[in-house]
Design a protein around this ligand. Structure first.
Ligand code: GLV
Ligand code: GLV
Length: 343
């Protein structure tokens, strides 16, 4: 019969790409919320492929439930922390993901978070929306924060990136318009230095410096620091109390990668004790179970949004389309536009 595919989320305007196909049997999670584990385990039996998202752990349990026909897991995300990659390789199951198409949307949000965190916008916005337009707003120094534009254009001030992939480089492009002159970054221990790429980027953006540095220098010299590295055990709590203590008191930290890279308790302490000026977070350890008592939610200098960096109509449509193309490529044994393992 036709190969069966399990789709763990309604893909909205991208659904016709699946539903119009007569050569597959589509089994779709019917509700507008994360798919139940029990539903997935039941319905994946005999499937050739599954389209999944970040909250769906893909592990031995899923493979057991699926049986021998499973050929592909396609995740609608650039991250793949939720997929046991060594296990997939061992069972010859191909894995697709959605890099590139979300780069610009995430870079936009990175800049937004940096601006919001530097300018006290979390506090200011909340006051207005709760009906408390401040009577004292025009007292000269209330709500003031460091200015991103002159901050990065000053010869001694610097934008830093923990992880310097596609998203970081697109964020840098935007910051050039704010007058950035110095850029430093740290790459993973396993990624080879790329002096030719760096020289080309420095020339393109007319930067005074673009340099790969160690974590000590990254912490100590960045005025705005963007965390844009993959998650997983290699990057777990890279930003910890020791790192934060080395940062500048007027610096701003942005995390749009994985919550696990930043130690939440240490960050709350850093903000409370003014080791750094502010933080802007798209992701946080332990999400989505984050309530009003969370130390970072309670921290006025921490601006938080609930993991929405790629959430534009254009980008989510491109991600869904790519995830479907990856799924079909895996099911029919043809090319997948973005396959993990052959990057
Ligand atoms: C979002 O965090 C993603 O990995 O796509
Ligand atoms: C993610 O796509 C990155 O390379 O930064």
């Amino acid at each position: 019969g036709r190969p069966k595919v399990v789709i763990c989320r309604d893909l909205g305007p991208a659904m016709p790409l699946l539903m119009e196909r007569t050569d597959i049997e589509v089994v779709l999670w019917p509700e507008d919320r994360g798919c139940d584990r029990a539903w997935l385990l039941k319905n994946i039996k005999g499937a050739a492929g599954a389209l999944v998202l970040l909250p769906d752990p893909i592990n031995e349990e899923v493979l057991q439930a699926a049986g021998p026909d499973l050929r592909v897991i396609s995740t609608m995300s650039v991250g793949y922390e939720h997929i046991d990659l060594p296990l997939m390789a061992q069972r010859n199951i191909r894995v697709g993901y959605t890099p590139d198409v979300l780069t610009e949307a995430v870079a936009d949000l990175c800049v937004m978070l940096a601006l919001m965190a530097s300018r006290n916008d979390g506090v200011a916005y909340t006051l207005v929306k709760e009906g408390n337009w401040p009577k004292y707003a025009w007292s000269p120094f209330t709500f003031c924060g460091p200015q991103i534009s002159t901050m990065v254009s000053s010869p001694t001030r610097t934008v830093g990136f923990l992880g310097f992939g596609r998203i970081a480089q697109s964020t840098l492009t935007r910051l050039v318009a704010f007058g950035v002159t110095h850029c430093i970054y740290s790459g993973s221990a396993t990624s080879a230095p790329n002096p030719a790429r760096d020289a080309a980027l420095q020339a393109k953006h007319k930067l005074a410096a673009l340099e790969r540095v160690d974590l000590d220098r990254l912490a100590g010299e960045s005025d705005v620091l963007f965390v844009l590295t993959p998650g997983g055990k290699d990057t777990y709590h890279l930003v910890d109390a020791a790192f934060l203590q080395k940062m500048k008191p007027m610096s701003v930290l942005v995390n749009a990668s994985r919550g696990t890279v930043v130690d939440s308790d240490a960050l709350a302490t850093a903000l409370r004790e003014k080791w750094i000026w502010g933080a802007g977070l798209d992701v946080v350890e332990g999400e989505p179970k984050i309530n009003g008592d969370h130390p970072l939610v309670r921290e006025p200098k921490c601006v938080m949004v609930p993991h929405i960096a790629s959430a534009t109509f254009e980008t989510r449509m491109a991600m869904a389309t790519r995830a479907i193309e990856n799924l079909l490529g895996g099911v029919f044994g043809t090319e997948m536009p973005a396959e993990l393992g052959d990057r």
